[in-house]
Design a protein. Structure first.
Length: 143
C-alpha cells in the first residue's frame, strides 16, 4: 500500500481535525472561486479510521461526486519525531463520468482482504496533487 506523501498528510490532518463518531462531517469553503470540500468521518475499523473527502456539484437536483476518495488513516506512533498519520486511498468514485474503484477491500469486520496495487498507487499520486490543490484553493496555507 502506498500512502499519500507527508505534505498531503498535513492537509488531511487539517481536514479531518475534530471529526469523530459524534462530529461526523464538515465542509470547508474558504474561496468562492473553487468548489468546497466536504470531509466525513465514516467509521473506525481494525486497520484504522475511514474518512471521505469529496467535492460535490449539483446536476438536475442530484449531488454529484467530483470526485470522492475514501482514505484510511493509520497513526505513525513510532517515535516523538514521527508524529502524524499515514493516509492510504481505499476507494475512488466519480459520478460523471461514472467511475468506481475499490482499491483496498476489507471483510465485514473491517479486516484487510485485498489490494489493487496499481490502482491504489495511482490514486495515492492523484491524492498528492489533490491535497496540494485543496491547500491552495481553500487558502489553508499549510505549506
Amino acid at each position: 500500500m502506498l500512502p499519500i506523501n507527508e505534505k498531503s498528510a498535513l492537509v488531511m490532518d487539517h481536514l479531518v481535525e475534530g471529526l469523530d463518531r459524534e462530529n461526523r462531517s464538515k465542509k470547508i469553503k474558504n474561496c468562492t472561486a473553487f468548489m468546497p470540500v466536504t470531509i466525513e468521518y465514516l467509521q473506525e475499523i481494525p486497520e484504522g479510521v475511514l474518512f471521505s473527502v469529496c467535492h460535490y456539484y449539483e446536476q438536475n437536483g442530484d449531488l454529484m461526486r467530483d470526485p470522492e476518495v475514501v482514505f484510511i488513516r493509520r497513526e505513525k506512533n513510532l517515535t516523538v519525531e514521527t508524529k502524524g498519520s499515514f493516509y492510504f486511498p481505499v476507494s475512488f468514485q466519480q459520478d460523471n463520468p461514472v467511475i468506481y474503484q475499490e482499491l483496498i477491500s476489507f471483510d465485514e469486520n473491517g479486516n484487510f482482504l485485498s489490494l489493487a496495487i496499481q490502482q491504489q498507487r495511482s490514486c495515492a499520486e492523484f491524492g498528492d496533487t489533490w491535497m496540494q490543490n485543496i491547500n491552495y484553493q481553500q487558502q489553508l496555507n499549510l505549506f
